[in-house]
Design a binder for this molecule. Structure first.
Ligand code: FAD
Ligand code: NAD
Length: 468
């Protein structure tokens, strides 16, 4: 039986990054993956393919709706070639996965194919496709087995008409009417893909706002823009029945008054969250426990209650985000190597890749109110930005929340063009505990979207934005 310093189970962004950092620190490392492709949810059926389709559909949308105003006339309207779009997405995925294979080789990490499960706390069984079992030993084990789509107990996901994000990334036609259950990140991103390609999109959301965990201003603004682009919203609606018959799907829900609403479409995307994945991992053989939501229990060092067994990423508490999983992968590798790393969970940014994009870091206004923290608000609308006018991206705003007395930035919430990239400046500022005035006094290149962050900071610090 081969012995390793570290055995990682699962090759998503948590697992493969943990393996690379372990190898960099001189630890003999193996990674176990049950699928042929490395990279987990993120690379294969998550972040990367969804962004590939978002980019393609955005090109189509712009060709159809904004080229004319830019002075670009086309002989005829552009047409969607969904087969090519999905093929390009798969090429992007394949190339990215190939990159991970390369990184494993480069770092001399042994890649072991098969389903990993505990024999005991230091021995892992790897069940191959042909049923044979290989065993490896690990002084330390990192569980990085990720998550799977969640559903509702009465929904039968037939993967044809009633689908999850995985199937929505490979449809062979543009739905006429896509009904999305859940107005969170997946529902709005994948709804946007098909909305831009011409589908009518109806979002049925249980809460009274879309992206309800983000700052409320973001959900309100995003809903307003999406409504202009083929979206309809059914907020405060509780779905109670989903049926599929032939090519027709029906979703029945009760609204806030208890009245029944019935929607008919050709596809239903169920996007009500994801659940941790620990199936057939035999955690009990190692003595590892899960909590009431099925997440592997860990302490502040991401160690389970069994010394030497750690868990990271979607399978543990916290945001289900690739970059959070990556940070945790690095963290655990460094803990194993005897270092004292740190993660600031308050400063893990969150992004929704709709257009306009939504990005956020730190506390929301609702959280500050609830915690009784004295705060001031600064904001700046993109319609006052020269750069946004030039690119015709006038929807949205940047909102800066700063401490009322100290002026320290406590939260930044953006909805607008390239917010996903712009949020990095806010993360850096907050890591260094910048005040709003610090940002207001830093030179920002003109004309850029980032000037709007400076203006919102000036507005927060002393209501002295220059361009509103
Ligand atoms: P995963 O990526 O789920 O990887 C776990 C791996 O473990 C899988 O490969 C699985 O096959 C393997 N595995 C499980 N059990 C075993 C076993 N017993 N033996 C061997 N192998 C096993 N996050 C972002 O930050 N940005 C985004 O833009 C974004 N977009 C997303 C879009 C979609 C449609 C979805 C579904 C998710 C998206 N996410 C995004 C979330 C992101 O994909 C996850 O947070 C991230 O993949 C979690 O990484 P992980 O390493 O914890 O687990
Ligand atoms: P989510 O938690 O973002 O949204 C789920 C939504 O479904 C919520 O708004 C919730 O109120 C609603 N909901 C729950 N039960 C419902 C019901 N019975 N009826 C109607 N609505 C209901 O989850 P998701 O969109 O499925 O995404 C799963 C995870 O994947 C998220 O944690 C997210 O962080 C991650 N993800 C991230 C990105 C990104 O970073 N851009 C993209 C996609 C997915």
């Amino acid at each position: 039986m081969n012995q390793y310093d570290v055995v990682v189970i699962g090759s998503g962004p948590g697992g493969y990054v943990a393996a690379i950092r372990c190898a960099q620190l001189g630890l003999k490392t193996a990674i176990i993956e049950k699928y042929a492709a490395l990279g987990g949810t993120c690379l294969n059926v998550g972040c990367i393919p969804s962004k590939a389709l978002l980019d393609s559909s955005e090109h189509f949308f712009n060709a159809l709706h904004t080229f004319k105003e830019h002075g670009i006339d086309m002989k005829s309207d552009p047409k969607v070639n969904i087969g090519q779009m999905i093929k390009r997405k798969q090429d992007v995925v394949d190339q990215t996965v190939a990159g991970i294979n390369f990184l494993m080789k480069k770092n001399k990490i042994d890649v072991l194919r098969g389903h990993g499960s505990f024999e005991n706390k230091n021995t892992i069984n790897i069940t191959k496709e042909d049923g044979s079992v290989e065993q490896v030993g690990g002084k330390n084990v990192i569980i990085a087995t990720g998550s799977k789509p969640a559903s509702l107990p009465f929904i039968n996901i037939d993967k044809k008409r009633v689908i999850t994000s995985t199937e929505a990334l490979k449809l062979d036609e543009v739905p006429k009417h896509l009904i999305v259950i859940g107005g969170g990140v997946i529902g709005l991103e994948l709804g946007s893909v098909y909305g831009r390609l011409g589908a009518k999109v109806s979002v049925v959301e249980f809460m009274d706002s879309i992206i309800p965990t983000m700052d409320r201003t973001m959900g309100k603004d995003l809903q307003r823009v999406l409504k202009k682009n083929n979206f309809e919203f059914y907020l405060s609606h509780k779905v109670k029945e989903v049926t599929a018959k032939g090519k027709t799907v029906t979703v029945k829900a009760d609204n806030a008054k208890g009245e029944e609403v019935s929607l008919e479409g050709d596809y239903v995307l169920v996007a009500v969250g994801r659940k941790p994945y620990t199936d057939k991992l035999a955690l009990e053989k190692a003595g590892v426990e899960v909590d009431e939501r099925g997440r592997v229990k860990v302490d502040d060092h991401l160690q389970t209650q069994v010394p030497g067994i750690y868990a990271i990423g979607d399978v543990v508490r916290g945001a289900m985000l690739a970059h959070k999983a990556e940070e945790e992968g690095v963290f655990v590798a460094e803990v194993i190597a005897g270092q004292k790393p740190h993660i600031n969970y308050n400063l893990i940014p969150g992004v929704v890749y709709t257009w306009p994009e939504v990005a956020s870091v730190g506390q929301t206004e609702e959280q500050l109110k609830e915690a009784g923290v004295p705060y001031k608000v600064g904001s700046f609308p993109f319609k006052a930005s020269g750069r946004a006018r030039a690119s015709m991206d006038l929807d949205g705003q940047i909102k800066v929340l700063a401490h009322k007395e100290t002026d320290e930035i406590l939260g930044v919430h953006m909805i607008g063009p390239r917010a996903a990239d712009m949020i990095a400046e806010a993360v850096v500022a907050m890591e260094f505990r910048a005040s709003a005035e610090d940002i207001g006094r830093i030179s920002h290149a003109h004309p850029t979207f980032t000037e709007s962050f400076k203006e919102a900071a000036l507005d927060a610090t002393a209501k002295r934005a220059l361009h509103i």
